[in-house]
Write a protein that binds this ligand. Structure first.
Ligand code: 2P0
Length: 331
């Protein structure tokens, strides 16, 4: 009753920020569109053990009891399906900084769900995995799939139609990503707390939700038509709109630092000089620059020179979940 899985981080171009309700189903208030990355991943091993009293998570060598409720939620759904009651020992490792706005919960919960399902000998569809992963972390529903992915809010109260789907394979438009790392610290306000606060207190939150359908439509069409300018337009606008709603919360949420803004200006300057690149920023101060195929070297050089940038990561687009116990040992 042991298996391992690898899942990649994803970066949203039309963002998820806010929940339809605060319950354990974790249904998002807005749909989202993301790209799955090939260079940033979580390797997770799950072992069910009849002698274990409770589920135990070790992430990057450290126990993480604060994650246990969310872990239990995912595992309980799978245990019920398999008719198994044993607790599980989970060992997970990220090959990138955890909790600093690099989507570690997305890859982490997608890998956990896939590894647990394999350990229980279940054969869920990708859609079923996406629904379970959502209940660990909303963005994890997207990391089940590779390439370009769309997450739907759905309309059913039980969340059974709130899942992600593949929009277009990575090979169809191999965009590249450069991440400018401006801190290695974990963020002070989690995405979960930040979005709950934004929904409850930001006067701009209703406007953010109202923009979702038009932004999804533009994002979807831009991707399917490989229209870089249109994707750049909607992604930057959508990102700033999300942060605008967060900044107007009480107390305000400001996830950026000085280097984040300097990177944003550097990306705009690159675009002015003809480089096809746009920025996006999540619930942390890292700036992600998305560029057309073959352009990431110029973007990497420019962002490396920005004061306050500690490191620069590059990635292409990657596949969805991979389950291969022999190959992906998390030990
Ligand atoms: C996203 N973020 O679409 C957005 C943009 C952060 C900013 O999805 O509460 O960690 O676990 O469902 O998935 C981060 O939210 O939140 C996120 P939960 P999650 O990528």
């Amino acid at each position: 009753m042991k298996a391992a899985a690898r899942a990649r981080a994803n970066i949203a171009l039309v963002k998820y920020w806010g929940k339809a309700d605060d319950g354990p189903l974790n249904i998002p208030a807005v749909g989202s569109i993301s790209i799955t990355l090939d260079a940033l991943w979580s390797d997770t091993e799950v072992q069910f053990d009849e002698f274990l009293a409770t589920d135990e998570l070790t992430l990057n060598g450290q126990r993480r009891p604060e994650q246990h409720d969310r872990v239990r939620r995912c595992l309980d759904l799978l245990r019920a399906r398999a008719g198994v009651e044993h607790a599980a020992r989970i060992t997970s490792r990220n090959n990138f900084p955890t909790g600093a706005g690099l989507a570690s919960s997305a890859s982490g919960y997608a890998a956990l769900t896939a590894a647990a399902a394999a350990a229980l000998n279940l054969k869920p569809t990708a859609r079923e995995l996406s629904i379970v992963a959502r209940q660990g972390s909303g963005s994890a529903a997207r990391s089940v799939f590779g390439g370009f992915v769309e997450m739907r809010t759905g309309t059913r109260p039980d969340g059974s139609d709130s899942y992600a789907e593949a929009l277009m394979p990575a090979e169809a438009w191999p965009l590249e990503l450069v991440v400018a790392l401006t801190t290695r610290d974990e963020k002070q306000v989690s995405s979960r707390a930040g979005m709950t606060r934004s929904a409850a207190t930001s006067p701009y939150f209703p406007a953010w939700v109202a923009r979702n359908q038009p932004d999804l439509k533009q994002g979807r069409e831009a991707i399917l038509n490989r229209d870089f300018e249109s994707l750049a337009d909607v992604a930057e606008r959508n990102c700033l709109c999300m942060h605008g709603a967060a900044m107007a919360a009480r107390p305000p949420l400001l996830y950026w630092n000085g280097a984040t803004i300097a990177c944003l200006e550097a990306v705009r300057e690159l675009r002015r000089t003809g480089v096809p690149v746009f920025f996006t920023i999540d619930a942390g101060p890292q700036l992600k620059a998305v560029c057309a195929p073959g352009e990431s070297e110029a973007v990497r050089e420019a962002l490396t020179d920005v004061p306050g940038v500690l490191d620069v990561l590059q990635s292409g687009l990657g596949p969805g979940i991979e389950t291969d116990p022999g190959r992906w040992s998390a030990q």
